[in-house]
Design a protein around this ligand. Structure first.
Ligand SMILES: Nc1ncnc2c1ncn2[C@@H]1O[C@H](COP(=O)(O)OP(=O)(O)OP(=O)(O)O)[C@@H](O)[C@H]1O
Ligand SMILES: [Mg+2]
Length: 387
């Protein structure tokens, strides 16, 4: 699939911008702060309904405006779909597909698939568990849009359960029993959506592990130091053994549901003492290792960068294996790599249906990724004459 046009209105630094894009390689070149990342962030927002840079929508809308608009035409299998999104911080966002409003903004998920690699991805290696959970959950939702509902069910349940635990913890001696009964209902709901999420995550991790290892070896040029990915459950030793990668997610789910319920029961006292939910996918992590060592705290800057890149390239391959190439977006990636790694990366990404690259220094981009080049300067995007 590929993006044929992109229009932004009152989005980030752009009052209005319209770009016609092509299949193959497209590069946006421009000095720092000119609006390159703003363009690719907008494309990815349509695919994931979130920004890779900020957790809320407010910074996405141009300062001084109240609403921002993103419009893309996506070509998939020779069919063109127009996706439009109105971003209104403080009230509900709205979406249209082929000019028809859709009931829920979430309905646009799955229409455009992107894989973005950006400098923020260093957090996949060096950051908190939440960064790695976001990676796996975003990929889950791209592959199975239905899981967006499961994810938000889980988050809602967690919030309400935490609120109840907090008040139960305060009122423990007086109104405690009634609250504990209500807590039981939330336990069930937490285990229901939580188990679906964990089962899906572990199955996805199993599917991506080999690919990520392969990509890391390729980018680093080192076949000896293996990249490892291990799911670390908040259930610890009580976590059920995962089903093999080729089995259905549902095979794992009941095992996780029962394990979560059992662990919650055992943690009841601790949870009441602390007033928060201590068990569940919101406390899980993915342990990344290089050889025998954890990547976090041990891997060098370049190694960390290459691990993050390998994870994104693996995500690309996984989505590609589902039948349609996602749009591959590389934001500022080449500047950080040495010449050999740049060449190897160029080789890897050259086969994607559409690759969108941003760079501050044009020379950093390997010649084999020539394609169409735009100059981005002070909020204007201009097509360069082909040299
Ligand atoms: N909501 C907003 N309203 C107006 N301007 C904004 C808004 N959000 C960001 N900007 C401006 O957009 C610019 C950053 O754009 P962007 O991140 O796309 O730059 P870039 O070209 O990718 O730069 P670099 O090469 O440093 O990565 C900054 O100057 C910032 O002030
Ligand atoms: Mg940038």
């Amino acid at each position: 699939m590929w993006v044929q046009s992109l229009s932004l209105t009152d989005l980030r630094s752009y009052e209005q911008v319209d770009c016609a894009l092509e299949r193959g390689v497209t590069t946006f070149v421009g000095r720092n702060g000119q609006g390159k990342t703003n363009l690719v962030e907008a494309i990815c927002y349509l695919a994931t309904l979130g920004s890779h840079r900020v957790a809320t929508d407010a910074p996405l809308v141009r300062t001084g405006a109240t609403q921002g608009f993103i419009r893309c035409e996506v070509v998939n299998d020779d069919r063109v779909i127009m996706i439009e999104l109105a971003i209104s911080p403080g009230s509900a966002n709205k979406a249209r597909v082929n000019r028809t409003p859709v009931p829920k903004v979430r309905d646009v998920l799955g229409l455009l698939r992107t894989v973005l690699f950006a400098p923020e991805d260093l957090a996949l290696v060096k950051g908190d568990p939440s960064d790695r959970r976001k990676f796996i959950d975003d990929l889950l939702v791209q592959r199975t849009p239905r899981l967006a509902g499961t994810r938000s069910d889980y988050e809602r349940t967690l919030k309400q359960r935490n609120a109840l635990l907090k008040s139960a913890s305060i009122a423990r001696r007086t109104a405690g029993t009634e609250m504990l009964r209500t807590l039981g209902v939330w336990d069930e709901q937490l285990a229901a959506s939580g188990s679906e999420l964990v089962a899906a995550r572990t199955s996805l991790l199993a599917a991506i592990m080999g690919l990520a290892r392969e990509k890391y070896a390729f980018i680093s040029g080192d076949d000896d130091t293996l990249l490892g990915l291990t799911y670390v459950s908040s259930l610890g030793a009580d976590a059920p053994a995962s089903a093999p990668a080729d089995q259905l997610v549902s095979a794992d789910r009941e095992g996780w549901r029962l394990a979560i319920l059992e662990a919650i029961k055992n943690k009841r006292g601790d949870e009441l003492d602390r007033g928060i939910t201590l068990i569940g996918p919101h406390r899980d992590d993915i342990l990344l290792t290089l050889g025998q060592m954890p990547a976090k705290g041990y891997a060098s800057h370049g190694e960390s960068w290459s691990i993050a890149l390998a994870l994104r390239l693996a995500a690309f391959e996984l989505l590609r294996a589902d039948g349609v190439d996602p749009v591959l977006i590389l934001d500022d990636v080449f500047a950080e790599l040495d010449a050999a790694r740049r060449q190897r990366l160029a080789e890897q990404v050259g086969t994607a249906t559409q690759v969108i690259i941003t760079a501050a220094v044009e020379m950093d981009i390997p010649d084999s990724l020539r394609g169409v080049r735009f100059t981005v300067s002070a909020g204007t995007v201009t097509l360069q004459d082909p040299a």
